[in-house]
Design a protein around this ligand. Sequence first.
Ligand code: TLP
Length: 346
Amino acid sequence: MKTIDLRSDTVTLPTDSMRQAIYNAELGDDVFSEDPTTNRLEKMAAERMGKEAAIMVASGTMGNLVCLLTHCSRGDEVILGNQSHSFLYEAGGMSALGGIHPHTVVNQPDGTMRPEDIEAAIRSDNVHFPRSRLICLENTHNYCNGTPLTVEYTKKVAALARKRGLKVHLDGARIFNAAVALGVDVKELTGPVDSVSFCLSKGLAAPVGSVICGSREFIAEARRNRKILGGGMRQCGIIAAAGIAALEQMVERLTEDHANARRLAEGIACTQDLSLEPETVKTNIIYFEITSEKISAEMLVKKLAAKGIKILNLGPNRLRAVTHYGINSDDIDLTLKALKKITEEP
Ligand code: TLP
């Protein structure tokens, strides 16, 4: 029985062409900047994002942390969404390792923070206050239904930051999902920000790795901070080789994941005891609720697992499903059939 794993796009396995690229990768010591494959990936990533330079890191969490450490000193403050991944799910790394103070602003359902709320969060120069240094955006916004932030919104926040002397970091873990969903060149979404970190190992299906892009000066400093975190990875062309294949071959097909997510959402919206607004699903992430007392999220996850289908329990009534390279339209049909069967059980 095939497992249909909808817990996350992080579960994607490398393609055959990635495995070939890994096997054939030309290698060197990347701490000496002598790994030709890593150098190639970094050059390619910088070009794609419209930035001067790039550096590969082990994960999205490390990418965000290295960027925050590079933008901020101890005691500085970061303005970020109260539903952002960096605030909720990165183990408080910015405080634990950087002494950086998070200042949260409410995320609207579409993943934005209202510019007036951001502006109100910026501190004046006063000895009592931490120094406001950075604004973080997340695109797509994972916990706000995987919604893509638009070019206009990104520009507006960047202009506000510039006016007030702050920098902008973009957690672009799924920035290619945003670009594909909005039908824009990814550069338009990354151009206005000072740094972006994007993941190779989510929808793009590479096994490991993220890339940070920014100015030459920023990336030189990020290289130092990556080293501090133990992230100098030596012959990491092994990872970069798959990343190059991911950038070359896996971006356009994200539209399939978005179409599958939309179909799953539409099916769930018509399933008894489940609730979701399909028009909120714009990329590959869907959240839905159970509306009946009869069944909990935990029970539903267990019953689906017994049928070989995995989704994420966010409890007590909330669930998440994510489409990706390992999921096709038949898998969506099977999942909807299973959900219907389980919710119709007496
Ligand atoms: N998100 C994972 C889990 O951590 C929840 C997922 O399954 O969605 N930024 C965003 C917006 C993310 O969604 C994630 C991972 C990260 C950063 C961190 O990336 P990794 O897992 O590579 O450290």
